[in-house]
Design a protein around this ligand. Structure first.
Ligand SMILES: Cc1cc2nc3c(=O)[nH]c(=O)nc-3n(C[C@H](O)[C@H](O)[C@H](O)COP(=O)(O)OP(=O)(O)OC[C@H]3O[C@@H](n4cnc5c(N)ncnc54)[C@H](O)[C@@H]3O)c2cc1C
Length: 276
C-alpha cells in the first residue's frame, strides 16, 4: 500500500535524482518546474527535514557537479527550520507582530480590494496569475508568493494577517511556522524582515521571472495573446494591440486597482511614519 511516508520519500528521491540540476539558477522561475514541491510532504510529516538533508548530502557526494544546486536547496530548507524555531518561541506568530513598532501601523480596511486580491482581479497580471493558481490548485511558487504578499501589504496597505489567513485556508502546504514567518518577513514586522523600502514592482518581477509570459498566460488565459512584455502591463498596449489580443480592459480583464507609483509612495510614507 502507498503510504504518505513512502510518497514523501519517493518525491524527495525523484527530485534529488532527476530534478535538482539547475535548481540554484532556476528556482525563481514560476514558469519552470525547477523546485522540489516537497513542502506539502514536509508539512504533513511524510518526510522529515533530517531525512532530506542526509539524502541531499549523499547525492552531493555521489555527484559533486550538483553541489551548488544542493547547497542552495539545503539553505532553503534551513529557512523552514528557522520558521519552526520562531514558532516554538512565539506560538502567536500568526497574530502578533514580532516587532511591536508595527502595532500602530496604519493598515487600511478595504474589503473590496482584499476580495480583488483573493480572486486574482487586481489588474496586475503576475499577482492575478499567482492568486488564481492558488485558488485552483492550492499551490503557489515562492517568488510569486513574495510578489502577491508584498502587493497586499504594501500596494494595498492591508494587514499581513488577512493575507496569512487566506494562505492558511488555501495553501496545501499551509504551515503554522513558515506561513506567518514569511508574511511577517514581507510586512517588515518579523524577526528577519525584508527592508521596509523594498516594494516589489509587480511589472518588473513579471518581466524578470516570467520573461516569456508563459506563467501569466497559463493562469490568466484572457491575456494569452498579448506578447511579452505587454502581457505584464496590458494597460500600456495600444487599442489595436488590445483588440488583436481580444482584450477589453475593465471587461475581459480588470484595469489596475491601484496605480503602482502612487501605491509605492503611500506605502513608503506609512512605513517611514511607523519607523519614526
Ligand atoms: C508569504 C509566504 C507564505 C509562505 N507560506 C508557506 C507555508 O505556509 N508553508 C510552507 O511550507 N512554505 C511557505 N512559504 C515558503 C515557500 O514559498 C515554500 O516553502 C515553497 O514555495 C515550497 O515549494 P518547494 O517545496 O518546491 O520549495 P523548494 O524551493 O524546493 O524548497 C525546499 C524546501 O525548503 C523550504 N523553504 C523554501 N523556501 C522557504 C521559505 N521562504 N520559508 C520557509 N521554508 C522554505 C520548504 O520546506 C521547501 O519545501 C511561504 C512563502 C511566502 C513568501
Amino acid at each position: 500500500m502507498d503510504t504518505g511516508r513512502s510518497s514523501g520519500t519517493r518525491a524527495a528521491w525523484r527530485f534529488l535524482e532527476h530534478g535538482i540540476k539547475g535548481y540554484a539558477a532556476d528556482r525563481d522561475r514560476p514558469d519552470r518546474e525547477a523546485t522540489s514541491r516537497l513542502s506539502p510532504h514536509l508539512r504533513f510529516g511524510e518526510i522529515s527535514p533530517r531525512r532530506i538533508y542526509h539524502a541531499a548530502r549523499f547525492a552531493a557526494d555521489r555527484k559533486p557537479a550538483l553541489s551548488r544546486d544542493i547547497d542552495k536547496f539545503l539553505s532553503e530548507l534551513g529557512w523552514r527550520e528557522f520558521c519552526r524555531h520562531l514558532l516554538f518561541d512565539h506560538p502567536d506568530l500568526h497574530t502578533r507582530n514580532l516587532q511591536e513598532t508595527f502595532d500602530g501601523f496604519p493598515w487600511r480596511r478595504d474589503a473590496k480590494a482584499l476580495r480583488a486580491w483573493q480572486r486574482g482581479l487586481t489588474g496586475y497580471p503576475i499577482v492575478d496569475a499567482g492568486m488564481r493558481e492558488l485558488w485552483h490548485t492550492g499551490v503557489m511558487h515562492n517568488r510569486v508568493r513574495m510578489v502577491v504578499a508584498s502587493f497586499l501589504v504594501k500596494h494595498l496597505l492591508i494587514d499581513w494577517r488577512a493575507g496569512e489567513a487566506w494562505f492558511w485556508d488555501t495553501l496545501v502546504d499551509a504551515d503554522a511556522g513558515s506561513n506567518p514567518a514569511n508574511w511577517q518577513w514581507v510586512a517588515g514586522s518579523g524577526a528577519d524582515a525584508a527592508p521596509y523600502f523594498r516594494v516589489f514592482n509587480p511589472i518588473l518581477q513579471g518581466e524578470k521571472f516570467d520573461p516569456d509570459g508563459a506563467y501569466v498566460a497559463r493562469w490568466v488565459p484572457q491575456l494569452e495573446h498579448l506578447p511579452p512584455p505587454l502581457i505584464h502591463k496590458p494597460w500600456e498596449a495600444t487599442p489595436m494591440e488590445l483588440a488583436a489580443a481580444n482584450i477589453t480592459l475593465g471587461e475581459t480583464y480588470p484595469a489596475p486597482i491601484v496605480d503602482h507609483k502612487a501605491a509605492r509612495e503611500r506605502a513608503l510614507a506609512a512605513y517611514k511614519k511607523t519607523r519614526e
